[in-house]
Design a binder for this molecule. Structure first.
Ligand SMILES: Nc1ncnc2c1ncn2[C@@H]1O[C@H](COP(=O)(O)OP(=O)(O)OP(=O)(O)O)[C@@H](O)[C@H]1O
Length: 377
């Protein structure tokens, strides 16, 4: 457990970066520090591994003041991942990951073998091991950064805006990967971001800091969305908080109904007969959705071809065989709203179409959940 007890950091020029912070970071969980630029997130993080020492107050790691331990010894148990990965440019990917274990006395061959395993753990192909960091994409470099931080198997991981420099799609992948890794590894992770969506997606608990370094609210994402303590938190959490909160409610009550579908390559006459309310989803040989057709698409053509389709919206993933296999109300609603036909496509874990959902059914499921007291207010 990491505990901040009345921690203040005043830099020599008088800037108060962190102001009387009290915070308990639970073991085996992801705790996110979030807030606007300059609110003291990085300073708080760095007081855990002694890159910065507090001006007053105490940071405890497993009950011991971190200042009672020499920084080098302390940092062996604390992995550190930063934006742009901070890799050594003149070492190969494999040697970047093996660096710390070698420094701490692990035999070079064993360290490299372990490094190769870790590259696999973070989802990097073995072929990249011999490359230099500059020969990787930004997202791949971040994965190497995570592998390197895990190499010494530290119980604690500090992550400072690790995914901020990559594009939104890669960032989404990296976030999913971190959640998957964490479900296997159960590290104590302190994660800094200025992005509230990232905080809400990743955090078991989220600490919102305000400029001046004071803690505004420390709560679970659901509680933060449902009950922000003041206007600052409410505006930081954002106008879309009602919509974000849907991400925490499962769409159990939303019926997945049969949806009109036609096969890619079907002749136009058959496809026309398959339209329902003017639309049909087009599926490939694996029953994966590839787009939509309507009367307009079919006019003047003999068959359904990929180049004429209307693009589909986001997909609503469900696991029909599993208990609690429904996705979130947010993904169900988004699928319905982003679909050209108004029917959101539900797919199973293999990506095959299992049916459709409508925005109206999501809204009624939400009304029922509210009536049953399942929506926090
Ligand atoms: N070495 C330093 N000397 C003086 N002031 C500093 C120093 N490091 C940080 N600060 C100041 O302390 C405050 C908090 O900085 P910090 O980097 O901890 O914030 P942050 O929330 O991580 O910001 P960002 O999101 O922009 O990275 C800022 O006002 C910053 O200018």
């Amino acid at each position: 457990m990491i505990e901040f007890q009345s921690v203040t950091k005043r830099y020599p020029d008088g800037t108060v970066a962190v102001d009387d912070l009290d915070l308990v970071v639970e073991d085996g969980k992801i705790t996110v520090l979030v807030g606007p630029s300059g609110c003291g997130k990085t300073t708080s993080l760095r007081m855990i591994n002694r890159m910065v020492d507090p001006s007053s107050g105490t940071v405890l790691l497993d009950g011991r003041d971190v200042r009672s331990q020499p920084p080098a010894a302390l940092r062996r148990g604390i992995g550190y991942v930063i934006q742009n990965a901070g890799l050594f440019p003149h070492r190969t990917v494999l040697d970047n990951v093996a660096t710390v274990p070698v420094l701490t006395g692990t035999d070079k061959r064993a360290a490299r073998a372990r490094a190769a395993e870790l590259l696999e753990v973070v989802g990097l192909p073995a072929a990249l091991a011999k490359r230099y960091p500059a020969q990787l994409s930004g997202g791949q470099q971040q994965r190497v950064g995570v592998a390197r931080a895990l190499a010494a198997d530290p119980p604690v991981l500090l992550m400072d805006e690790p995914f901020s420099a990559v594009d939104p799609i890669v960032r989404d992948d990296l976030q999913e990967e971190l959640l998957r890794l964490q479900s296997e590894l159960g590290k104590t992770i302190v994660f800094v971001t200025h992005d509230i969506d990232e905080a809400i997606k990743l955090g078991d608990k989220v600490a919102v800091l305000r400029v001046g370094g004071a803690l505004a609210q420390y709560d679970t994402p659901t509680a933060l969305l449902a009950s922000p303590v003041d206007d600052f938190v409410a505006s930081f959490v954002g106008r879309d908080r009602g919509y974000r909160a849907l991400g925490f409610l499962t769409a159990d009550g939303v019926p997945v109904n049969p949806v009109a579908s036609v096969a890619l390559g079907a002749d136009a006459e058959t496809a026309r007969g398959g339209l329902r309310d003017g639309w049909a989803v087009v599926v490939d040989g694996d029953n994966h959705p590839v787009g939509w057709v309507n009367e307009h698409v079919l006019s003047g053509v003999d068959s359904v071809t990929a180049d004429r389709l209307v693009a589909g919206g986001s997909l609503y993933s469900v696991d029909p065989g599993a208990e609690g296999g429904a996705g979130s109300l947010r993904t169900a609603l988004d699928a319905a709203l982003s679909s050209p036909s108004g029917v959101g496509i539900a797919v199973d874990t293999s990506g095959a179409v299992v049916g459709g959902v409508t925005a109206e059914s999501v809204v009624s499921a939400l009304a029922e959940a509210r009536a049953a007291g399942r929506v926090p207010s």
